[in-house]
Design a protein around this ligand. Structure first.
Ligand code: GLC
Length: 551
């Protein structure tokens, strides 16, 4: 490693004031990767580490694109938008639940694990989606919701008839609203009630960690283990590339623990073995990403780094960024990064700003586009695979109509065109009202605007494409003498970058007595890096962020 102390390098000139440069961009920022980058990306995405190099996109199918004018987005609509996603730089989509549902929890109440809800299409349309996505070298994940079913699922309907039917023990029943072996594992969130509801037909209570229409399966019953693993096989056999595993840490309960207890860990290892059955000789195969039960610590989800999840969301990250911008203090991000450094070798965090469960990035970043952009830059450069939540790339605003619950604020229809009433999403009446200001946040409206959020996302994704370092490089924090600039180095044998993000709307500069791998140049964003005499000085203009290539 070459120390900058021995090489005096003045790298990039300090930037202009943000007023004269509203995008905060000084380095050239193409919206498309070069042909060489694309060749490199194609190679990385065809190898066993493909998911580390991929950019994922969470799609709320119901709100993405309606193809038949009923106001509800569907799989055929999604197929018609795959080229948009490909062009954005997306390599994989995670579909929120598309299975038959009574829609009491936006599809997280599944009534049949082996079918598609007619509102979204059918299995033939799903197969077509897989074929169309694969033809574009894109992967498809489905949401595997195994902790509970819908109360409309045939299993529950049978289970509730009496205490002696063949599925009598597939759910968690009790004569009282409580059971010693469940302990105090009730819902963590008051929106889901107190965990026990009475079923008058059976004359007993049943346990549910979520809404009362979502009874918990009893995984102590081996039939439940077998059936749910078979449901996973069903989707893999069709060619599905993996799963987002919903609240999987909560499968088993005990009086002493409610999340990721040993029985749950053992089940997840079986699920991983099911995925590993599908690997080809090159070791390429389906992968899975978990929703951890602890917002900001996924350690338990990785096992030894090869026998549980390939990826896990650190949901805390998005929150950390918001807090860091609010507090203007990098320590919050630094602490989160330190945690990921402690994960088992092979662990790959999944980086999010928002999701269907939390406020829109727009709200998280205090309605300030610069904060959103800097949060996106962190998302794309920290260690981990980025998962963009649909609409985030256009800065989509929250809605105010709630069909299921207040999380619907983040589940409104995608805004494709400026013009209403259907904004390119539907020719009918949308199932839920658009979010605020659809005329200012649309794909068509932002498409050709060099200062738009969409253009910024395209630039970011084009910038990182095909570089191994963003997918598999190491990360280390750079200790600056100011708290207002987040700074870290990503490096691998091929190259190294210093990322520096200003958390404030004032110019900032900081000094680090920190060796960098080498001299460098501004590669993305806006700022300067001077090195010499054993230290580096980083200057980032108000609201700006910069990535310097330091080797
Ligand atoms: C997960 C989902 C959430 C759902 C819950 C119950 O947290 O992300 O939307 O309500 O699981 O399935």
């Amino acid at each position: 490693m070459k120390r900058l102390g021995t090489t005096l390098a003045l790298v990039a000139a300090c930037s202009a004031a943000p007023e004269s440069n509203p995008q905060g961009l000084r380095a050239p920022a193409p919206t498309k990767p070069s042909p060489d980058q694309q060749v490199a990306a194609d190679r990385l995405l065809a190898g066993p580490d493909w998911y580390r190099h991929a950019v994922f996109y969470e799609v709320n199918v119901r709100s993405f694109q309606d193809s038949n004018g009923d106001g509800i987005g569907d799989l055929a609509g999604l197929i018609s938008r795959l080229d948009y996603l490909k062009d954005l730089g997306v390599d994989g989509v995670w579909l929120m639940p598309i299975f038959p549902t009574a829609f009491k929890d936006s599809g997280y109440d599944i009534a049949d694990y082996r079918a598609i809800d007619p509102a979204y299409g059918d299995l033939a349309t799903f197969d077509r989606l897989l074929a169309e996505a694969h033809a574009r070298k894109m992967r498809v994940y489905v949401d595997l919701v195994l902790n509970h079913t819908s109360d409309q699922h045939a299993w529950f309907q049978e289970s509730r008839t009496n205490k002696t039917n063949p599925k009598a023990d597939w759910y968690v029943w009790s004569d009282t609203p409580g059971r010693a072996d469940i302990g105090n594992c009730g819902p963590d969130n008051p929106r889901f009630g107190d965990g026990w509801s009475r079923d008058e037909t059976r004359g007993q209570w049943y346990y549910h960690r979520f809404y009362k229409e979502q009874p918990d399966l009893d995984y102590r019953n081996p039939d439940v283990v077998r059936e749910t693993l078979d449901a996973a096989r069903f989707w893999l056999d069709r060619g599905t590339d993996g799963f987002r595993c919903d609240v999987i840490g909560k499968l088993y309960e005990s009086p002493t623990g409610c999340d990721m207890i040993p029985e749950t860990i053992a089940y997840i290892k079986q699920l991983r073995a099911v995925l590993d059955e599908k690997r080809d000789a090159a070791g390429v195969g389906p992968t899975m990403v978990s929703e951890p039960s602890e917002l900001n610590d996924s350690t338990k989800y990785y096992g030894d780094g090869s026998d549980m999840f390939h990826m896990s969301f650190d949901f805390g990250f998005g929150y950390f960024w918001q807090l860091a911008f609010g507090a203007r203090d990098k320590k919050i991000v630094d602490d989160a990064v330190k945690m990921t450094i402690g994960y088992p070798k092979g662990a790959q965090p999944a980086q999010v700003i928002g999701s269907h469960d939390v406020p829109r990035a727009w709200q998280y970043t205090a309605n300030e586009p610069w904060r959103h952009r800097n949060a996106a830059l962190l998302q794309m450069t920290l260690k981990g695979t980025p998962f963009i939540y649909y609409g985030e790339e256009i800065g989509m605003r929250p809605g105010t109509q709630f069909v299921v619950d207040d999380r619907d604020a983040s589940r409104t229809p995608m805004v494709w065109t400026k013009e209403g009433p259907g904004h390119g999403f539907t020719t009918g009446a949308p199932w839920i009202a658009f979010g605020a200001e659809p005329e200012t946040t649309s794909v068509a409206g932002e498409d050709a605007d060099p200062a738009s959020t969409l253009t910024y996302y395209r630039q970011l994704l084009a910038f990182r494409r095909g570089h191994t370092v963003w997918g598999t490089g190491d990360i280390r924090l750079v200790a600056l003498d100011v708290g207002t600039i987040v700074a870290f180095v990503r490096e691998d044998p091929t190259e190294a970058y210093l990322v520096a993000v200003n958390l404030t709307d004032e110019d900032q500069e900081g000094v680090a007595a920190d060796p960098l791998p080498g001299a460098g140049a501004l590669a993305f964003g806006d700022g300067s890096l001077e090195a010499g005499g054993g230290s580096v000085r980083v200057k980032i203009p108000a609201t700006g962020a910069a990535v310097f290539k330091v080797r």
